[in-house]
Design a protein around this ligand. Sequence first.
Ligand code: HEC
Ligand code: HEC
Length: 298
Amino acid sequence: MALFVLAILLAVPLGLDLYMPVPEGNPLTFEKIELGRRLFHDRRLSRDRSIACASCHKPDRAFSDGHPVAIGVARRLGRRSAPPLINRGYGRAFFWDGRAASLEEQVLQPIQDRNEMDMTLPEVSARVGLSPEEISRALASYVRSILSGNSRFDRFVNGDRLALSPEQRAGLQIFRGKGNCTACHVGPNFTDERFHNTGVAWRDGRLHDEGRSAVTGKVEDRGAFKTPTLREIARTSPYMHDGSLVTLDEVIDYYNRGANLSPGLDPELRPLRLTTAERQALAAFLQSLNGTVSDGRR
Ligand code: HEC
Ligand code: HEC
């Protein structure tokens, strides 16, 4: 892994002064980001030329789509929700279950998924006149350029005490304290990049999605999903891997009642007994995580 200068150039204006890991085989260049942007909006990547990456990852929704589960070619339904694609260059594993180890590997999967774009790599190569490697490198570079930062929360931690309202400051305290959210939503992107069973896939005593255990084969990973970022969270409803919770109030109520009881529920989850005012403060704090989303345009 090389630390690459361009990543820093893109991140600093947003107050994200972190180093983004970029694979040595695919250094970031503006040319590749631009090619990736064009491919991201190119409907020829789907069988019936109806769907682009941007159909499910809409720039004005922090690159999520507003649907509970993804809708692909011929209106075929997937089984999971399209996640926002912000600050993914800092990620360590991709997809809700982490089955892709790199963005280069990840970006070719939707093209070949029957319920998403339903193409083969030779077909896509022929249509756009690029090799699968060129497509993969360009799309991965573009995804790395999609960043969110400079939120009211960022300005607050950088010393602007008035960037958060008193209610939002109270919400931040609950987020870190009584709410125990930072047990998992931690660090600059509000994710530990790990997998937890938060009970969402368990309903009526039944597991509806294997989650991480489909990758690891481990019983303790049944129903575990990757902790998602909370940046831009007010813009990416509906929530969870299956889009089953529509509003942030519903999400907070879910955690407040201690999640769906299930085998192997993460020990960090328990009934929180938050008052109405505390729940409202937590929701107000989550609103402060909306910032500026940029995608590598100079
Ligand atoms: C039909 C809707 C749809 C299309 C088209 C689509 N995606 Fe996605 N995308 C999803 C869904 C759903 C997931 C999560 C799937 C899962 O976790 O099993 C996802 C996951 C991702 C992730 C992983 C994010 C993370 O945090 O783990 C990336 C990156 C991504 N898509 C990029 C792309 C790119 C690039 C394209 C175009 C080549 C694309 N997507 C096309 C629906 C779509
Ligand atoms: C044990 C780890 C853990 C704790 C503690 C935790 N979360 Fe989560 N959070 C997750 C995981 C994992 C998911 C994804 C679950 C899924 O999709 O099934 C998630 C999903 C979310 C989502 C939806 C994100 C999206 O893009 O759909 C929000 C909002 C959220 N959590 C907020 C909170 C808040 C607020 C707290 C504290 C009250 C909290 N979380 C505590 C692990 C945790």
